[in-house]
Design a protein around this ligand. Structure first.
Ligand SMILES: Nc1nc2c(ncn2[C@@H]2O[C@H](COP(=O)(O)OP(=O)(O)O)[C@@H](O)[C@H]2O)c(=O)[nH]1
Ligand SMILES: [Mg+2]
Length: 360
């Protein structure tokens, strides 16, 4: 699972990236035209407990890779200035965090002259929609030609999904807020469409704006931010400084500013939840492991996350929920009480399922 941090220059992307990942970027890295990557472990006490039961050689926590996406250059006007290089760097992510600047900092002027929440959000929305539309229209033309020759049913199905996408995008709506089904999304996967990715809008405030959080959310709600676009606020600069402190000092610091929970924890958790992510487990003597998937994913899709071959070779999944496993104490007991099940490929995986894939 890879989450890309995007946003205008000087919105606080690198500051947030360093806070979340505890990576330290020196000045030379900050100005280099390369994206920064860092992997963080998702803490999970359930996995620790499972490891206690199975005593495996290896315990692997779910990992999320954060990327500080570089490529929007200083001075970009924001209108059609997104290079294919930048769009390419955004494409490879599974989900996106867009940092929007609301803080004032005279030393670092806003690249577009001043703070404007909706303008900054809409720049990305519009560019991403146009990028997707170009890909969809090109593919629709190609598919029509191929279908004339082959009359292939899979291609016809793909065409109908892409035409549906074309209509949504023409109406200037992002695909993530539409009614595409999991099957549709699977068909679309290879195109890495930008507006199909879940999006978390992270509003970067300064301490003088602490009172205004509600106001900014109201603006977003009135502008009809869609159902699969979520928003959080954070205090970029303070939280970065706090992440550099020893925990005792950080506590004093937090009290002083009235911050209830360190941003590090809350942002990782919010990103995980709000982006619709959840974990399932695989267990055994060799390895106990937590895997990250999107909510609503089927057993077949989850199998594909373990190994891409498992998607096509999927037969069934053996499933016990973590709570049932702990309650009954073993697979045998869980089976006896009907908590161990065989599920087909359509089964929607739940957070905390322990899964074993049967495949060809
Ligand atoms: N006052 C204030 N300054 C910030 C905040 N977040 C970032 N900055 C400053 O804005 C500048 C740009 O931040 P950076 O994270 O490098 O932005 P990026 O270009 O989006 O990666 C840096 O000098 C930061 O110290 C904030 O919340 N408040
Ligand atoms: Mg940066």
């Amino acid at each position: 699972m890879q989450i890309g941090i995007v946003g205008l220059p000087f919105s606080g992307k690198s500051t947030l990236f360093q806070t979340i990942t505890k990576a330290h970027l020196d000045q030379s890295q900050l100005v280099k035209a390369e994206s920064h990557h860092a992997v963080i472990k998702v803490p999970d006490s359930r996995l620790e407990k499972l490891s206690g039961v199975f005593n495996p050689k290896k315990t692997t926590f779910a990992a999320i890779e954060f990327v500080d996406v570089i490529g929007l250059q200083k001075g970009d006007s924001g209108s059609s200035q997104f290079t294919s290089n930048f769009l390419g760097n955004v494409k490879t992510n599974d989900a996106l965090i867009q940092v929007v600047r609301l803080f004032n900092n005279e030393l670092v002027p806003h690249p577009l002259g001043g703070i404007d929440l909706m303008r900054d959000i809409e720049i990305f929305e519009t560019e991403f929609i146009l990028s997707d539309l170009a890909i969809v229209e090109k593919r629709v033309d190609n598919l029509k030609k191929q279908i004339l020759k082959t009359q292939d049913d899979a291609l016809k199905r793909e065409l109908s999904v892409l035409q549906k996408c074309g209509e949504i995008l023409q109406a200037e709506k992002p695909l993530r807020d539409s009614d595409l089904t999991p099957d549709d999304l699977h068909i679309l996967k290879t195109y890495q469409l930008l507006t199909a990715k879940p999006m978390l809008i992270a509003l970067n405030l300064d301490e003088s704006q602490a009172e205004g959080t509600e106001k900014y959310f109201d603006i977003l709600v009135k502008k009809k931010i869609g159902k699969n676009t979520k928003a959080i606020t954070f205090f970029g600069q303070i939280e970065f400084e706090m992440s550099e402190l020893e925990s005792a000092d950080a506590e004093i610091f937090m009290n002083e500013y009235g911050i209830k929970e360190s941003a590090l924890k809350s942002i990782i958790r919010e990103a995980y939840n709000l982006l619709g992510l959840q974990s399932f487990f695989t267990v055994g003597e060799d390895e106990c492991r937590a895997w990250t998937i999107r909510k609503g994913m089927t057993a077949q899709e989850a199998a594909g996350v373990i190994h891409s071959d498992f998607y096509n070779k999927f037969i069934r999944a053996e499933v016990v929920h973590y709570d049932d496993f702990i309650h009954h104490g073993s697979f045998a007991q869980a089976k006896e009480h009907g908590a161990w099940r065989l599920e087909g490929k359509e089964y929607i995986v739940k957070d905390g399922d322990i899964i074993s894939v049967r495949h060809n």
